[in-house]
Structures are given as structure tokens and as C-alpha cells.
Design a protein around this ligand. Structure first.
Ligand SMILES: CC(=O)N[C@H]1[C@@H](OP(=O)(O)OP(=O)(O)OC[C@H]2O[C@@H](n3ccc(=O)[nH]c3=O)[C@H](O)[C@@H]2O)O[C@H](CO)[C@@H](O)[C@@H]1O
Ligand SMILES: C=C(OP(=O)(O)O)C(=O)O
Length: 429
């Protein structure tokens, strides 16, 4: 198995091109199931999750073709998807268990075929992550849902029928599943308390290009008027705000200066507010964002994760790494997932001083972190250890690199090009 080895203490300087967002690309790929015509997606990142979704779609009968790549800093790949015929309505456990976003095929397959059978995704390292909101929403559109032998059996033989759906809790995935399903439902659907994340807007904008009638994207009230059929379209995947935020924190934690090409301030308002309060300057340029410390110091700040436009849970672990080296204390509260502090014991092994009480972690900033052998059980926890390793004295060895490969395109290359001493190697023994 691969490891990432970092010799810490080098300030990062240079530019990093931000990739297309994993969390936008995945639902966009699932949207290809809504039409027999070709959906062409550009700026698609090369990531393990994208390959998993490609394998899942291929076994549903989608023809996929990837052109180009992100090598040499180019703009990601162009992925063409054509679901001329859906040859299987079953999403098997083997693929769904690898990636929870697989459940996003449920809405489109059910809407197009009148039935779908999708493995229940199960829990994961960051929490139980149920799909009740997806299923209750589809039931309101007239689907009959049965849970048997670990699978969701969904049927709507006469087609889905639009209806008001009030989500009791904001869910990105449930909003996306319902948004796609409602496109082919008869009549009007209203999604209330809908997610407002930029990735939901990106999906909605692509669906509009595909012929959908959607209003209210970016608000908590989305209206969809169902259409008879959807068509092919071309769409470029929105820039990854989580990757942008991660590299902004890499600049800050190493006391360096990075230009994040294609990074968007408008998708990171809550994050920029926190960073500014912590003494980090985030400046908009005509190519993206420039990030550095304002006065050489990072100060502790309190952070609470919330649905968009609040502070993203997907940047909580990275923020904790940054605050571990800040002057003063920070209180970090995780309000989205019940078990998203798995990076804490590993950061502690590197010298961080963190005490968790329920959903909050008190971080007391230390003068320095020290390199160690560490591992993490999820994507953002892993990258928080990379950030800590970049700032730490000595060598950090990160195990279970496959978590990083789910969501960070060419991570070592991007960091090494800015002066980080970072390499991937095969673990011995
Ligand atoms: C592929 C993708 O886009 N993943 C993102 C998406 O995940 P995902 O779409 O799975 O996250 P949700 O927004 O659905 O989850 C928010 C909260 O609602 C709960 N919930 C969700 C659905 C449901 O049916 N019942 C229920 O109780 C979840 O357990 C969680 O506590 O949004 C999360 C929150 O911003 C991000 O951390 C993930 O990176
Ligand atoms: C939690 C994440 O992804 P997923 O929802 O695919 O597990 C993430 O991107 O941080």
C-alpha cells in the first residue's frame, strides 16, 4: 500500500490550479441517466470516486468516454456519457459500498425507468449517514419504497408525480436526488428547506441545459416543472471550493504564499471570514485567490460547521490542523456529522493539543508540531494530516493514502511544485 512522506517546515510558494469539484462531478455524472442523448462534462477531476461512479454507470448501460486529463496543469478531462438504454436498474452493493454518492443514481433511474434497485450505502467513518430523506422525498413523488436484503426497491410504474417536499433537515444528496427525479415527474415539485451548496446549483444549471424547468437554485425553495424528456448538453464542472480552502490553509499553516488559480471567493465567504479573523489574507485576483498570512501570525478563532452558506464540514479537519499551530485557543464545533473528529488522535500524536467534548473540540495552539507516522479513516481527516505534516518539524508518514485519492487530484505534484518536500512511496513490509 502507498504512503505519503513529508519533510515539514517548508513555506509553500507558487500557484496551484484548482480542479473541478468531486462533489459536483458525481451528481452531474448521475444526471446522464436522465437522457438517451450524450452529456458532455468538462473540467472533470481524475479521482478514485470519479472512476467508481464511472464503473457504476457503465454497469447500468451508460457508455463513457474520457478525453484528456489534468496532467501538466491543464483543465481536467472531458467526460462524455451516453445512456442510450438503461440495461440494468440495479446498483450493486459492491460498488455502492465504496462510495456513498452512488445512491444518486436512484432518483434518475427511478424517474426514467419506473423502477430502481439500489444497495443501501450503510454508515461510514464520519457517521451513520442514513438516506431516509432521499426515500421519504421520492415517496412523496409517488414512489413505492421497500427495504429488503440491504437493498432499496423503488417503483413508480405509472411514473413519478410532482409534489411539495419539505425536508426536515438540509441534505445535499437528498436535494440532488429529488432535483433529478422531479425533472421527469408529471407536474410541479417544490423542494423546501433545500440545500443551497454551489454543487447543487451546478447540477441544477446542467439540468436546465438538458431541458429541465427549474427555478430557485441557490435558495432553500426550488421549483421544478417536470418535462416529458431530457436532452444532451455540455457542461463544465464548477471549481472545487473544498480543494481551494484546503490549499488556502496549506499556505497559512506553512507561512507561505499561494495563488489558487480558478479558486472562487464567492463560494468560500464563511471560510474567508474565519481565515481573515485568524490573520490570513485572502485576496481576489483576476485568476483566482492569493493567500498568505497578513502579519506573520495565525490567531485562534471559533468555528462551527453548518449547511451552506455556513462553514463547510468538509473543511473542519483542515481548520483544526491550522488552529493546532495558531496563537491562542479555538473552539471547533461539528454540527453536520456526529463522528467527524477522527483526525484528533492523529493530530495529537503530532503534538497538537485538542480536547473533544461532544460535538466541540477545544484546540490550544502549539508553537510547533512534530512529524510522526499517522493514518486516517476518511478523506478530509487525511488531508488535515498532510497539512500538519507540511508545518511539522521532521518527517511525517501518512498511511491509507487511498482516502486522499478519492478527492484530491495530483495532491503531491501540486504541493511539490510549490516547494513542499512530499513524495509517495510503497510501504515496506
Ligand atoms: C458527494 C457529496 O456531495 N458529499 C457531500 C454531501 O454528502 P451528503 O449528501 O451525504 O450529506 P447530507 O447533506 O445529505 O448530510 C447532512 C446531514 O444530514 C443527514 N442525513 C442525510 C440524508 C438523509 O437521508 N438523512 C439524514 O439524516 C446526514 O447524516 C448528515 O448528518 O454533503 C456533505 C455535507 O455538506 C459533505 O460533507 C459531503 O462531502
Ligand atoms: C464526506 C465526503 O465525501 P462523501 O460524501 O462522498 O463521503 C467529502 O468529500 O469530504
Amino acid at each position: 500500500m502507498d504512503q505519503i512522506v513529508i519533510q515539514g517546515g517548508k513555506p509553500l510558494k507558487g500557484e496551484i490550479r484548482i480542479s473541478g469539484a468531486k462533489n459536483a462531478a458525481l451528481p452531474l455524472m448521475a444526471a446522464s441517466l436522465l437522457t438517451e442523448e450524450t452529456l458532455s462534462l468538462s473540467n472533470v477531476p481524475h479521482l478514485a470516486d470519479i472512476s467508481t461512479m464511472a464503473r457504476l454507470l457503465a454497469q447500468h448501460g451508460v457508455n463513457l468516454h474520457m478525453n484528456g486529463g489534468a496532467e501538466n496543469g491543464s483543465n481536467g478531462g472531458v467526460l462524455e456519457l451516453r445512456a442510450e438504454r438503461i440495461t440494468s436498474v440495479v446498483a450493486p452493493y459492491d460498488l455502492v459500498r465504496k462510495m456513498r454518492a452512488s445512491v444518486l443514481v436512484l432518483g434518475p433511474i427511478l424517474a426514467r425507468e419506473g423502477r430502481a434497485q439500489v444497495s443501501l450505502p450503510g454508515g461510514c467513518a464520519i457517521g451513520t449517514r442514513p438516506v431516509d430523506l432521499h426515500l421519504n422525498g421520492l415517496e412523496l413523488l409517488g414512489a413505492e419504497i421497500d427495504l429488503k436484503e440491504g437493498y432499496i426497491y423503488a417503483a413508480a410504474p405509472g411514473g413519478l408525480v410532482g409534489a411539495p417536499v419539505v425536508f426536515p433537515k438540509v441534505s445535499v444528496g437528498a436535494t440532488e436526488n429529488l432535483l433529478m427525479a422531479a425533472c421527469l415527474a408529471k407536474g410541479e415539485t417544490q423542494l423546501l428547506n433545500a440545500a443551497r451548496e454551489p454543487e447543487v446549483i451546478d447540477l441544477g444549471e446542467c439540468l436546465i441545459k438538458m431541458g429541465a424547468e427549474i427555478e430557485g437554485l441557490g435558495s432553500d425553495r426550488i421549483t421544478i416543472r417536470g418535462v416529458e424528456r431530457m436532452q444532451g448538453a455540455e457542461h463544465s464542472v464548477v471549481a472545487d471550493r473544498i480543494e481551494t480552502g484546503t490549499y488556502a490553509m496549506a499556505a497559512a499553516i506553512t507561512n507561505g504564499e499561494l495563488d489558487l488559480i480558478g479558486g472562487r471567493a464567492d463560494h468560500l465567504s464563511a471560510v474567508i471570514k474565519v481565515l481573515t479573523e485568524a490573520g490570513i489574507e485572502v485576496q481576489e485576483t483576476n485568476r483566482g485567490l492569493k493567500v498568505r498570512r497578513a502579519n506573520g501570525q495565525v490567531h485562534g478563532v471559533d468555528v462551527m460547521t453548518e449547511p451552506y452558506p455556513g462553514f463547510p464540514t468538509d473543511l473542519q479537519a483542515q481548520t483544526m490542523a491550522l488552529m493546532s499551530t495558531a496563537e491562542g485557543a479555538s473552539m471547533i464545533t461539528e454540527s453536520i456529522f456526529e463522528n467527524r473528529f477522527m483526525h484528533v488522535p492523529e493530530l495529537t500524536r503530532m503534538g497538537a493539543n485538542v480536547n473533544v467534548h461532544g460535538a466541540s473540540a477545544m484546540v490550544r495552539g502549539q508553537q510547533r508540531l512534530t512529524g510522526a507516522e499517522v493514518m486516517a479513516t476518511d478523506l478530509r481527516a487525511s488531508v488535515s494530516l498532510v497539512l500538519a505534516g507540511l508545518a511539522a518539524e521532521g518527517e511525517t508518514v501518512l498511511n491509507r493514502v487511498y482516502h486522499l485519492d478519492r478527492g484530491y487530484e495530483r495532491l503531491e505534484q501540486k504541493l511539490a511544485a510549490c516547494g513542499a518536500e512530499i513524495a509517495r512511496r510503497q510501504a515496506s513490509g
